[in-house]
Design a binder for this molecule. Structure first.
Ligand code: FAD
Length: 232
């Protein structure tokens, strides 16, 4: 699609022809194509959004640029297993599932209070499907500053998201080998694991796998505080 070898109209046509649209799969797939079209529509009508938020007031959002935090996120060393797995998958393969893109974006923008442009730039450099329209829409949606955006105060919890979407921890184990031998019950929050289980799994928190870069509750609270300051 990116190179124009197949167009969205062809896909929508094929879906309506070949599949029973009442089934879930084709309908969901069609919606994804619509998202892409929506992203292109926004970028076409608001070309400045590649560099600036669609909602201009967000240009004054009190982000706290922090090169060290950004680097830890980029390298998959935040101490949140689902985030680290996603960021390492991105680095190794150039791809990441949409759900994980949303989770890692939320951590960078909310817990770590980094500018959406820093995240967008990293995705631009590392994604094999890097696309100016969809990447801009995805980041501005996550940061609450774009079209049809998730409100800024919606802060994803990387622990519960991990448990919900990777219940056995298979995804984490694949990309974060340090946690390979940890019990599934603690794979998304290794800092809660009893000492003997950490020892058995060869994990030394803060040594061979980082402690959380910021505690979830504290991260959520300071994101909400920044939003409150911004709103005032
Ligand atoms: C922070 C963030 C950044 C993103 N950056 C990009 C990017 O640079 N390039 C990109 O193509 N997508 C981006 N997305 C959207 C989405 O994550 C990917 O399109 C999707 O994961 C690609 O996997 P797939 O081909 O298996 O998608 P499928 O689920 O198979 O969907 C089929 C096609 O529909 C389109 N599509 C699906 N979801 C979306 C969506 N949410 N927004 C726009 N188009 C969509 C894509 O062209 C995709 O290939 C981003 C999402 C977020 C949250």
């Amino acid at each position: 699609m990116h190179w124009g070898q197949i167009g969205p109209r062809q896909i929508v046509h094929a879906l309506t022809q070949a599949q029973d649209l009442r089934q879930n799969g084709p309908l969901i797939y069609m919606k994804e194509i619509y998202w892409r079209e929506f992203a292109y529509n926004v970028l076409y009508h608001f070309p400045e959004t590649a560099d600036a938020p669609l909602r201009p007031e967000y240009a004054d959002f009190p982000y706290k640029p922090d090169a060290e935090a950004l680097h830890a996120w980029q390298k998959g060393r935040t101490g949140y297993p689902i985030v680290d797995a996603g960021m390492r998958q991105l680095w190794e393969t150039g791809w990441m599932h949409n759900r994980v893109r949303i989770i890692v974006a939320s951590l960078l923008l909310k817990h770590l209070l980094q500018d959406w442009k820093a995240g967008a730039r990293w995705f631009w450099d590392t994604l094999v499907d890097a696309d100016l329209a969809s990447n801009t829409l995805g980041w501005q949606w996550s940061g609450g500053c774009g079209a049809d955006a998730a409100p800024y105060f919606r802060v994803f919890n990387p622990i519960t998201q991990g448990k919900k979407f990777d219940p056995e921890g298979d995804y984490v184990r694949r990309y974060v080998p340090e946690l390979k031998h940890l019990d599934a019950a603690y794979i998304h929050e290794p800092w809660e694991a009893p000492e003997h289980l950490l020892k058995k799994a060869n994990i030394e928190l803060g040594k061979n796998y980082p402690k959380p870069i910021i505690e979830h509750k504290a991260g959520r609270e300071h994101a909400l505080k920044a939003f409150e300051t911004f709103r005032k």
